[in-house]
Design a protein around this ligand. Structure first.
Ligand SMILES: Nc1ncnc2c1ncn2[C@@H]1O[C@H](COP(=O)(O)OP(=O)(O)OP(=O)(O)O)[C@@H](O)[C@H]1O
Ligand SMILES: CCCCCCCCCCCCC/C=C/[C@@H](O)[C@H](CO)NC(=O)CCCCC
Ligand SMILES: [Ca+2]
Length: 502
């Protein structure tokens, strides 16, 4: 309900409850009491989503008074019945809480802010507090999931990545799809995932809800919002390494995540420390990127329009990419062809190679790594940052803090792609160098140190992938989240609204 109206949208009602106590026109909580008849004898409360500034949602409540208790009961039953018909609302959820993510407040956040709202909405939640990294992903291979309506992750991007990977792998296993086959048409999991942000960056929450606020996310889950999301698979040779939903980065961002992983004890500030350190080093990595552009998309990373709630670009992509039934006897696709309309390649010396499957907005970059990227268009924005002096790279980084065009630099190329591959140039040690190594101790150590650091790692949603040579493919709208995309604020332009959940 907006501040200037008295109309409640039923799809945004959290619950209807009987009210026992009596009170005045405006009770001490500041909630308004609305008289249905002059003489009050029974009351009920309608709990609804109240939209605050900055896409933050809070529970609001309005109390209705009735003269006749039977009428009151009738109102409650009818409204409850109507809410039950909102078929996308979850009734039973499995909740994983990471007690060590972000500022280590996952358990507290769930108990104090989320559980009371789930109780109010009569959602049954089975809660598991994880005991180790990988716990949630392992449990997702064995737990009974049939009676669930969704899985909720209380944690950051790493924890979300565990649940995403666990759910997709389980779904492929049950459908008999070979996850290691890069060209496989993956089967979409039927369970939606909800994220209660309690991590350090919370990029997935930011990019899909517009804010990292646990109460807002809990309310999106309760009212059964539905947002399809692209997922990229990352393969090395013929083996699946991980599924990724937002950020993939080799070079600078890979080095940052590798360094910061050793400093988890620092909490969220580890990224600032490692970011500064790796910026000072400014390492260059040589390699070749091959990619398949999204030619027919009608959108580009340079667009001014943004992916918002009900985005038409994503809607059209969803219609084009209706899942086809899985056929295990299907032959692998022909070898890719290079040239117009086909694959392209860029060889170079790079500071960073990034792929943003959605905007990757977060507090560090409120508009995102690629502000015009879409949540569900089947594409990722491939950003190639060629070697450049440190001060020019800094100029690019600083633009992440503002609205300005971060791609407007001669050393940056950006492509909207469906697939890409990266092959690093690996310079092997020559025999001469090895002889030299044996003869001169200090030089030997220097050489070895240099060689061991010739390759970077991939930052995959904040997790480390050691293999530099990867094949990445975007799977359009592979999963669904309890979210609705970025809501338009009053200042921004108007876009059609609607959930296009299959
Ligand atoms: N009980 C646990 N003990 C130790 N590590 C855990 C546990 N449960 C989950 N993890 C791991 O902790 C890692 C980080 O968690 P999480 O993503 O929640 O926080 P973060 O890294 O601080 O936030 P962000 O990913 O948003 O930067 C994840 O990779 C997850 O696998
Ligand atoms: C001198 C001022 C410089 C300002 C620099 C601003 C540049 C910010 C770009 C941030 C990109 C974040 C992309 C999101 C990645 C997440 O999946 C991942 C896991 O949560 N977080 C990081 O890797 C954390 C990555 C942190 C990188 C610094
Ligand atoms: Ca996308």
């Amino acid at each position: 309900m907006s501040s200037d109206s008295n109309v409640l949208d039923l799809s945004e009602v959290i619950a209807v409850t009987p009210v026992e106590k009596h009170g005045g026109q405006r009770n001490k909580d500041g909630f308004s009491d609305i008289e249905l008849t002059p003489i009050s004898c029974s009351r009920f409360a309608v709990h609804y989503v109240e939209k605050k500034r900055g896409r933050v949602w809070r529970p609001g409540r309005v109390t209705f008074k009735c003269q006749d208790p039977t009428v009151c009961r009738e109102w409650i039953d009818r409204l409850q019945e109507r809410l039950n018909q909102e078929y996308l609302r979850p009734r039973r959820l499995l909740v994983f809480v990471n007690p060590f993510g972000g500022k280590k407040r996952g358990v507290q956040i769930y108990q104090q802010k989320v559980a009371p709202l789930f109780d109010l909405a009569r959602i049954k939640a089975d809660v598991i507090v994880t005991e180790r990294a990988g716990h949630a992903q392992d449990l997702l291979q064995e737990l009974e999931l049939n009676k669930l309506d969704g899985i909720v992750c209380v944690g950051g991007d790493g924890m979300f990545s565990e649940i995403l990977n666990g759910l997709i792998v389980r779904t492929q296993q049950e459908a008999g799809v070979d996850k290691d086959w890069l060209a496989a048409e993956l089967v979409r999991p039927h369970l939606r995932i909800g994220i209660i942000p309690a991590g350090s960056t919370d990029a997935v929450s930011y990019a899909t809800v517009g804010v990292n606020d646990p109460v807002t996310s809990a309310l999106h889950i309760i009212i059964g919002d539905c947002q399809p999301l692209d997922v990229s698979s990352v393969h090395y040779r013929s083996q699946l390494l991980r599924y990724n939903v937002s950020f993939l980065g080799y070079g600078f961002y890979g080095d940052v995540v590798r360094d910061s992983d050793l400093r988890r004890w620092m909490g969220p500030t580890r990224y600032d420390y490692s970011g500064f350190k790796k910026f000072c080093r400014r390492k260059i990595y040589e390699g070749e990127v091959a990619f398949l552009p999204c030619a027919d998309q009608g959108s580009s990373p340079y667009d001014q329009i943004r992916c918002t709630e009900g985005c038409l670009v994503c809607k059209q992509a969803g219609e084009k990419n209706k899942p086809t039934p899985f056929n295990p006897s299907e032959e692998p696709r022909a070898v890719e062809t290079f040239g117009p309309g086909g694959w392209q390649r860029v060889r170079g010396r790079f500071i960073a190679i990034n792929a943003a499957t959605n905007s990757c907005a977060c507090k560090k970059t409120p508009k995102g790594v690629s502000p015009a990227a879409h949540l569900a268009d089947g594409c990722t924005d491939l950003i190639l940052i060629h070697a450049t002096p440190r001060y020019r790279f800094l100029g690019h980084l600083l633009k992440h803090l503002t609205d300005s065009d971060r791609f407007n630099h001669s050393f940056i190329e950006v492509y909207r792609v469906r697939e890409f591959k990266f092959r690093p140039v690996i310079i092997e040690e020559t025999e001469d160098e090895q002889v030299e190594d044996e003869e001169a101790g200090v030089l030997s150590r220097r050489n070895r140190r240099r060689n061991t650091r010739r390759n970077s790692v991939w930052n995959c949603d904040g997790e480390i992938i050691d293999q530099p040579a990867v094949d990445v493919k975007v799977h359009c709208q592979l999963i669904k989240l309890f979210a609705r995309g970025i809501e338009e604020t009053k200042q921004s332009s108007c876009w059609p609204v609607g959930c296009f959940c299959a």
